[in-house]
Unconditional design. Structure first.
Lengths: 396, 145
């Protein structure tokens, strides 16, 4: 294959060369265990501390509130299960939304099987959590609100500040899955009243297999992985030193260029959406138009099925993703698209394109031209399109 | 994930289109589940399938199985076409991933539905053909996690 246009940065990102460079010495040169007493191990310990400091500063937290994990899913699991365990005496009710990542949804469903009650809040047609519903859902036994910072599929940024305020007023813990948002939008845990926050390295040009959970000082949750004193005895296991170093570097880079990078992405994102809406009939944008991650585009093409669209895009060297049933491995299309009220048959025709730092205007033009051609081709062989056109033709 | 044959039939689907005044047309599937297949048959007075076309809304496997099914029945008698099972379609495509087996069932069903339509239009009964279900994709169950 020749040219590749990578537009699936919400799935994972390219590890930045600076990140790889920063990590390399911690494989074969400074490979010491950070928990040892000798000076050699101290090198690793120092590197971990530096990364922790960078990350803490990036979100307005203290260093001892950052706990490294193996990634976003572990962080979500830990935050929710451990909060349920620690605060289960106070109550057994949790509030989340219908559009969370499965790391949150499946964890909540697991807790439901273990004596907890969970309210899954509806969202509006743009994917925004309804604050009035949140207020109504709060009960005396509510111990945790877990609402994502921004949605991974449709890019909608949730009203985190308002949710944080409501949680604080009611004395309820607030956890947010910021896996997609961190590095894309400014986050300050104190200003937003966030008690716990999940993040992942590989979504912001860092390495895979490393994440963190921010736990506000005073939140009593305990260890999820037992077996050692690492991470202030809250997460055992020898530190993934190269991963942590790489994550730190990635966060440093993301914070330094956030404004220019996201401004460029936002411009290209809007250009991509405008062109598609203008040039491809029966298409619609999913998610909020403005309160949206700068790199996310999610569109539905009526009468077309997502997997077919993805394979044909792949044949043209374009990597994207879809919320169709065929790509989710089940018969139902994406729970997020259904939650914003799309009928099944339209949700099957969704395409998510997520831009990155290296995406150019030429890439976008090439992609729109390709999508246009493919959608036309797929519609020509679609019985749904045939029926629609016959029903709505001027003659009929 | 797909065999070369599946990819070939997906990239260059055979017999895409419609037949005007077709002898029989069958549509099966369910847009809710993401697959709809429509098969058009042109059957001559000797009961030979002279031409066949299809239209499909669905994934790569749905398109490829429709395409292969049309190839397998073209030029055949009605009885021969009835012998084109989902297994035959799958084998001709060098297999399908387990989650896509229902696509081949849909292809078999679409052929049957088109033959059923032909029989009804002509007031005849085709030996061995049962009234097709119009939706078969609900049968599969999602695995537990």
């Amino acid at each position: 294959m020749g040219k590749m246009i990578y537009l699936d940065n919400a799935a994972t990102t390219k590890t930045a060369p600076e990140v790889v460079e920063a990590m390399l010495p911690y494989f074969s040169e400074f490979y010491g265990n950070a928990s040892t007493v000798y000076e050699f191990g101290g090198k690793s310990k120092e590197a971990v501390s530096r990364a922790r400091e960078i990350i803490a500063n990036a979100i307005g937290a203290k260093e001892n509130e950052i706990y490294f994990t193996a990634g976003g899913s572990e962080s979500d699991n830990w935050a929710i299960k451990a909060a349920a365990e620690a605060y289960g005496d106070k109550g057994k009710h949790i509030i989340t939304s219908k559009i969370e990542h499965h790391a949150v949804l499946h964890t909540c469903q697991w807790l439901e099987q273990n004596g907890f009650e969970v309210t899954y809040l509806d969202v509006d047609e743009f994917g925004v959590v309804k604050l009035e519903e949140l207020k109504k859902a709060i009960r005396p036994d509510t111990i945790l609100i877990s609402i994502m910072f921004a949605n991974n599929e449709i890019g909608t940024i949730e009203p985190v500040e308002e949710i944080g305020r409501i949680a604080k007023e009611q004395g309820i813990l607030f956890h947010t899955d910021a896996v997609q948002a961190f590095g894309q939008v400014p986050i300050h845990v104190d200003e937003l009243n966030i008690d716990m926050m999940s993040s992942s390295g590989h979504k912001l040009n860092g390495p895979k297999g490393i994440g963190f959970l921010y736990i506000r000082k005073g939140v009593k949750i305990r260890s999820f992985v037992h077996g050692g004193a690492q991470e202030r005895k809250r997460r055992a296991g020898t530190e993934n030193v190269p991963g942590i170093v790489g994550f730190g570097k990635a966060v440093e880079l993301a914070m330094a260029n956030m404004e220019t990078r996201t401004a460029k992405e936002r411009e290209l994102r809007d250009y991509l959406m405008e062109r598609i809406l203008k040039e491809i009939p029966f298409s619609r944008i999913n998610g909020h138009r403005t309160s949206r991650l700068p790199n996310n585009v999610n569109i539905c093409f009526q009468f077309v099925e997502g997997e077919s669209l993805l394979i044909m895009l792949d044949m043209k060297g374009i990597c994207g993703s879809s919320g169709s049933a065929c790509t989710s491995g089940s018969l139902d299309p994406s729970h997020v698209l259904l939650a914003i009220g799309l009928p099944h048959e339209i949700a099957h025709g969704s395409l998510r394109l997520t831009l990155g730092e290296e995406t150019s205007r030429e890439d976008i033009d090439y992609t729109v031209d390709a999508v246009k051609e493919i959608v036309k081709k797929l519609r020509e062989m679609s019985p749904l399109y045939e029926d629609y056109m016959k029903k709505n033709s001027p003659k009929g | 994930m797909y065999s070369e044959k599946v990819m070939d039939h997906f990239k260059n689907p055979r017999n895409v289109g419609e037949i005007e005044n077709a002898s029989g047309v069958g549509t099966v599937g369910n847009a809710k589940c993401g697959d709809i297949m429509r098969i058009f048959l042109d059957i001559d007075d000797n009961g030979i399938i002279q031409d066949v076309k299809f239209k499909t809304f669905g994934c790569g496997a749905a398109v490829a199985t429709s395409s292969m099914a049309t190839e397998l029945v073209k030029g055949k008698t009605i009885q021969e076409a009835l012998q084109v099972t989902n297994q035959a379609v799958m084998e001709a495509l060098d297999g399908l991933p387990p989650v896509k087996v229902h696509c081949s069932l849909l292809a078999e069903e679409a052929i049957h539905a088109a033959l059923w339509d032909y029989a009804e239009k002509n007031g005849i009964k085709i030996e061995g053909l049962e009234k097709p279900k119009d939706d078969i994709s609900e049968e599969e169950e999602e695995e537990d996690y």
